[in-house]
Ligand binder design. Sequence first.
Ligand SMILES: Cc1cc2nc3c(=O)[nH]c(=O)nc-3n(C[C@H](O)[C@H](O)[C@H](O)COP(=O)(O)OP(=O)(O)OC[C@H]3O[C@@H](n4cnc5c(N)ncnc54)[C@H](O)[C@@H]3O)c2cc1C
Length: 241
Amino acid sequence: MKTRAKRRGPDWVLNGAKMWITNGSIAGLAVVWAMTDDGIRGFLVETGSKGFSAPEIENKFSLRASVTSALYLDDVVVAQDRVLPLAKGLKGPLSCLTQARYGIAWGVIGAAQACLTEVLGYTAERELFGRPLAQNQAVQLRLADMARRLSTAQLLALQLGRLKDLGRMTPVQVSLAKWNNCRMALDIARDCRDLLGAGGIGAEHSPIRHMLNLESVITYEGTETIHQLSVGRELTGLSAF
Ligand SMILES: Cc1cc2nc3c(=O)[nH]c(=O)nc-3n(C[C@H](O)[C@H](O)[C@H](O)COP(=O)(O)OP(=O)(O)OC[C@H]3O[C@@H](n4cnc5c(N)ncnc54)[C@H](O)[C@@H]3O)c2cc1C
């Protein structure tokens, strides 16, 4: 972690940068995690503070409706009463991530369902060689496989929710679900895009939009590889990262 916070009299002075922050340019308050002499601490930083800037990152192909920003902190002064009192070390930011990743495991199911629903309608209506596209075995196999993967992802998220209610959900279980469900949704969105033929690249169809947005979702809140490595560490007891 490169962002640092140093004591100066009664205050703290923050220096550093963080790329890819959702809503950074429009937020009034930023939660900033920074390294101090006593380890990682969380700071509430007003975005109007002197030395704080958050330019928007332009030209994205993914999540185009969402503002993404780069945060820069150049000698930003933060008062002691803006330090999160109970969050010390990596546990604070990591526990936020576990909750967000749990939500993602559900959210991507909706994206995949939207793609499948659209393609079921399209393949039923599209006539090729005298019959609906949906009346081809190869097409039905693909649709059935999407339903299988979607149902499995739903059950995984449901069981995770049950464990969460019981206070027994672990971060590595969330890693498995975030990885599986994002991969499932991205693969289904891509396959649906293909089943729509050339029209599938047009903005009037949703699968390509979901597909491009899911490229962000499979990357943020921990990339697919990092979640795979977490599961690998759980299985082997050996950390490979
Ligand atoms: C649209 C969008 C919004 C975002 N919003 C936020 C936000 O609000 N807040 C926030 O904090 N972050 C946010 N992020 C950042 C996001 O969490 C990071 O981009 C993500 O964690 C990946 O980090 P990175 O970009 O530094 O990639 P890197 O860590 O540089 O990874 C690059 C590649 O290397 C692989 N890799 C990395 N380490 C290893 C290893 N040890 N072994 C094998 N492979 C490895 C990765 O899997 C990846 O494929 C956002 C990102 C996007 C795209």
